[in-house]
Design a protein around this ligand. Structure first.
Ligand code: ADP
Length: 634
């Protein structure tokens, strides 16, 4: 076992790796950027090295700085976590060149799986079932279109270098093909500087079922069962679970063995995930292999009782796998919900701000919270907006799901927008309760998940009113105590006081189905102030209460997609139209990127852009006007 390792990552994953290292008696070195000077992972590690300014391409992504930090501190190995340098072949090479062990697969395996097209060729040769499609070298658009026509629509275009759902477009007919290919290529160039495309049959309502594999340097390989990650927004996972609902022993074995075949085809070592699409007939198709530890690995840990980071450290140190396939068993059921600072009501736009109030559910044998932040920390524009992973376990799916909804209702974050209410509605939606999931789940059940029921308002309104009174009384007491005349009637918060302006509150989507309790008291309520009002946490869920401002003009514009201002601090990625060229309402005018997600600015009406105020690569402050637009006069 290593004596000291460096963790080339931040946030929850860095903290999670430190926990295992500590349990094994391995010393840890954290690295950090300016923005992370006081971050939890820095505090938790035995040592920490500053590696640059806040943008990740000036710190966490700079190979030389990370290697230098390891050499200076005497670390013997580097754990890359996920994201950042975890699948970077050059980083892997540089580790070897500096006698540092890369805690991950051999560089050849990273290279082999780095391109979705090349990976498919290898898997086809190894006899692993593939989604029907074209992944050839000839990138002539006519050849790709011909392949699409032959396999029949709908098809899915994907960037070979893709990840994070970028450079991906579903195409429903030949007529849409050329435009979709252009858009997908553009996005791929902007995101990966590479526009090689492949095209696949777009399976309708498949499930995303992935297999956790582990291989060592002694030619042992096992699979630690499956995870169902079908519930996705923007083709990205939000709730994962293990085992997959409805999975049979026979299919599990078949998929597990196919995954091992995939891993062996590239002489894999360490932790890897083979992703499959599973159709309603139980047929499964290889999608890609991720050559790292996945975000959702905790659900596998919960059902298998194994610590996958410990396995990684052992395997990287040359030890054989801790278990054989026969020794691995599934116990119970686990869920993971990804808690993000983002706004589900506005296309999941990432949110930034200070975590003014942060209260996670209590951790115990059934509830685990993997996080890298504490109350008062900032979710900044620089990194992924994930706040935590809430992981629960119980003896069966129903019980585990009950734990999940309970824990979500106890999770209280104030100060910025999160997806907790959305996750709660998702977890309590009927079909999800029955395990009836597929990759289109959120769109299919939009009505149920994004609903606002009268009963929610009936329940929340009196609580919000009571909360306001309580808050004002508190303010009155504080004002009185600071005053030279504490007994002055002007400090009374009763009808004697100065008249309050007529207060109008907007109470947003509640998270629970509930009956109105006329005896509701304020016991068990938490009121967390926000910029516009407060978040009201009740024992049954929570509500956003915002004071309605008289000037709603700009917000209205926002709601209709006509806002030409930057939604948040970010980088301008691409201008997609020419000045003066006629565009139609809804056309994308430019693309910005913030917190690893793209955001499109769209035409508010038919018309033309008369000026762009920024160029690709420019850093733009949230709220800045981006362009001048002239609507058609007729
Ligand atoms: P990325 O690497 O960008 O995350 P993936 O290839 O892993 O992209 O695909 C992400 C998600 O897109 C999958 O989990 C699945 O929901 C959906 N998807 C991918 N390929 C197909 C397909 N051929 N048919 C239907 N859905 C697909």
């Amino acid at each position: 076992m290593f004596t000291k390792i460096l963790i080339a990552n931040r946030g929850e994953i860095a903290c999670r790796i430190i926990k295992t290292a500590r349990a094994l008696g391995v010393a840890t070195v954290a690295v950090y950027s300016d923005a992370d000077r006081h971050a939890l992972h820095v505090q938790m590690a035995d040592e920490a090295v500053h590696i640059g300014s806040s943008p990740s391409n000036e710190s966490y992504l700079v190979i030389e700085k990370v290697i230098q930090a390891a050499l200076e501190t005497g670390a013997k190995a580097i754990h890359p976590g996920y994201g950042f340098l975890s699948e970077n072949a050059e980083f892997c090479r540089q580790c070897a060149a500096n006698n540092l062990v890369f805690i991950g697969p051999p560089v050849e395996a990273i290279l082999a799986m780095g391109s979705k097209s090349a990976a498919k060729t290898i898997m086809a040769d190894a006899g692993v079932p593939l989604v029907p499609g074209y992944h050839g070298d000839d990138q002539n658009p006519d050849i790709i279109k011909q392949a699409a026509n032959q396999m029949g629509y709908p098809v899915l275009l994907k960037a070979a270098a893709g990840g994070g759902g970028k450079g991906m477009r579903a195409v429903y007919s030949e007529a849409e093909f050329d435009e979709a290919l252009g858009a997908a290529k553009r996005e791929a160039i902007n995101s990966f500087n590479d526009d090689i495309m492949l095209v696949e049959k777009y399976l309708l309502k498949p499930r995303h079922v992935e297999i956790q594999v582990f291989c060592d340097s002694h030619k042992n390989a096992v699979y630690l069962f499956e995870r169902d990650c079908s519930v996705q927004r923007r083709h990205q996972k939000v709730i994962e679970e293990a085992p997959a609902p409805g999975m049979t022993d026979a299919l599990r074995k078949q998929m597990g063995e196919a995954a091992i075949k995939a891993a062996k085809a590239i002489n894999y070592e360490g932790a890897g995930t083979v992703e499959f699409l599973l159709d309603a007939q139980g047929e499964f198709f290889f999608m890609e292999m991720n050559t790292r530890l996945q975000v959702e690995h905790p659900v596998t840990e919960m059902i298998s009782g194994q610590d996958l980071v410990e396995w990684q450290l052992r395997v990287a140190g040359g030890e054989p796998l801790p278990c054989s396939q026969d020794q691995l068993t599934i116990s119970g059921h686990a869920f993971e919900a990804r808690i993000y600072a983002e706004d589900p009501d506005h296309d999941f736009l990432p949110a930034t701000g200070i975590l003014k109030h942060l209260q996670a559910p209590l951790e115990n044998a059934n509830v685990r919270v993997d996080t890298g932040v504490v109350e008062g920390d900032e979710v900044s524009i620089y990194y992924d907006p994930m706040v935590a992973k809430l992981v629960v376990w119980d003896t069966d799916r129903d019980r585990a799901l009950q734990r999940l909804t309970q824990a979500l209702s106890e999770y209280r974050i104030g100060g910025l927008t999160t997806n907790i209410g959305f996750l709660y509605n998702l977890a309590t939606s009927q079909a999800f309760q029955h395990g009836d999931v597929d990759t289109g789940y959120i769109e299919e059940h939009e009505q149920e998940i994004f609903r606002q029921r009268d009963s929610d308002i009936d329940y929340a309104a009196p609580l919000a009113a009571a909360a306001i009174i309580e808050q004002r009384q508190q303010q009155a007491i504080e004002a009185a105590s600071l005053s030279s005349e504490p007994n002055s009637p002007w400090h009374l918060n009763t009808s004697w006081g100065l008249p309050q302006p007529n207060l109008k509150m907007q109470i947003q989507r509640a998270v629970v189905e509930t009956t109105v309790d006329s005896n509701t008291s304020l016991d068990g309520l938490t009121i967390a102030p926000t910029d516009t009002g407060f978040d009201l946490f009740t024992p049954q869920g929570f509500f956003h209460c915002a004071e309605v401002q008289p000037d709603l003009g700009t917000d209205d514009e926002n709601a209709h997609g006509g806002n030409l201002n930057a939604p948040m601090n970010g980088t301008l990625v691409a201008l997609l139209v020419d000045i003066g060229t006629k565009v139609n309402k809804g056309d994308t005018l430019l693309v910005m990127e913030a917190m690893k997600m793209e955001h499109s600015i769209i035409a508010p009406s038919d018309g033309a852009v008369t000026e762009f105020y920024f160029q690709p690569g420019d850093l733009v402050d949230g709220g800045s006007e981006l362009l001048a637009f002239e609507a058609n006069s007729e």
